[in-house]
Design a protein around this ligand. Structure first.
Ligand code: GDP
Length: 304
């Protein structure tokens, strides 16, 4: 229900465009497919993924000979769910914490403003509700505001935070945070990192160093590198995903701000193109407005 609400704008926009694309047409023909292609691209699914989806529908039209336009939504839903399954995207479990990986170390990356801090706060809240102990590490040391914001979320969720003063070495903060989690027997450590995309080499060096230093404490850390993307920026989110996946090994995605945007299709395209599972989606500013991503529920609330 919250998901439906969060995706309302994407859905109504999509369905209305779809309605126009098939208006007055009984069967799916080349013209309908062309229009459908435009609809998918303008819904920020991305060109490459759109082409894949259109191909799949063309194959179906060829196989079944006749495809009624009234079935198109249902078929799109099936094909897109199938496409997302190929990335193993969003089984609906979110992060799970194996017993032998304690503390479970999550390093969070993404450019400033995408909702990184908010997502960390929401995750801390969720994990606590699951009965896990959580600790935050403020390794985005380049902006005082980033440290302050994380502190606010630490207070709000009542979890400990490890921080240093602005300008200190991010790797040193990450080291302290992981070490402190080990000492305190904490289940999950979430490390915020700086979101500067000034250039690829610097970003790569910085993230590599943070990783290397935390590995001095927990040798297989980080267990997750979560990239946070702002879904409302559409194609910009693709661009950021490209840059971060080139700079470091991203293991999972969180797509934020899907409420209030019509660009929800971005989730489908990003998950397909980067072959990285979307684990969480942000559908509001509140502490509970983070959902574990489930591809079937997502696709359902989009097309039904
Ligand atoms: P950061 O710079 O990446 O750490 O970004 P913040 O976490 O500070 O978030 C930037 C702004 O986006 C804040 O005003 C957040 O409340 C807002 N925000 C974050 N996630 C969501 C979301 O899922 N939906 C909406 N509507 N706003 C969000």
């Amino acid at each position: 229900e919250t998901l439906d609400k969060g995706l309302e704008k994407s859905k109504t926009t999509f369905l209305s465009k779809m309605g126009k694309a098939v208006a007055g047409k009984a069967k799916v023909d080349d013209e309908v497919l062309d229009d459908l292609e435009d609809v998918l691209i303008s819904s920020d699914v991305g060109v490459a993924t759109t082409i894949k989806i259109i191909r799949r529908i063309e194959e179906r039209v060829a196989r079944d000979k006749y495809l009624g336009t009234e079935e198109l939504n249902e078929i799109l839903r099936e094909e897109i769910a199938g496409l997302l399954s190929e990335t193993d995207s969003g089984t609906g479990d979110g992060f799970t914490f194996p017993k032998d990986k304690k503390p479970y170390v999550i390093m969070v990356v993404g450019v400033n403003g995408v909702g990184k801090t908010t997502t960390i706060g929401k995750l801390a809240h969720q994990f606590k509700q699951e009965g896990k102990s959580v600790l935050l590490g403020a390794a985005d040391t380049f902006r005082a505001a980033a440290i302050d914001q994380l502190q606010i979320w630490a207070d709000r969720t009542q979890v400990p935070i490890v921080k240093q003063k602005m300008g200190s070495d991010p790797a040193s903060v990450a080291f302290d945070a992981v070490q402190s989690a080990v000492k305190q027997n904490v289940d999950v450590v979430i490390i915020d990192t700086a979101g500067r995309l000034h250039n690829k080499v610097n970003l790569m060096n910085e993230l590599t160093k943070v990783k290397r230093v935390m590995q001095k404490v927990v040798d297989d850390a980080p267990h997750e590198v979560l990239l946070v993307l702002d879904g409302s920026t559409g194609q910009n989110a693709f661009e950021q995903a490209k840059q971060f996946t080139a700079a470091t090994e991203v293991t999972s995605l969180a797509v934020t701000k899907l409420d209030g945007t019509a660009k929800g299709g971005v989730v489908i395209g990003i998950s397909d193109q980067f072959q990285i599972p979307v684990k969480y989606i942000g559908i509001g500013e509140g502490i509970n407005d983070l959902q574990v991503f489930n591809k079937f529920e997502f696709v359902d609330s989009f097309f039904k």
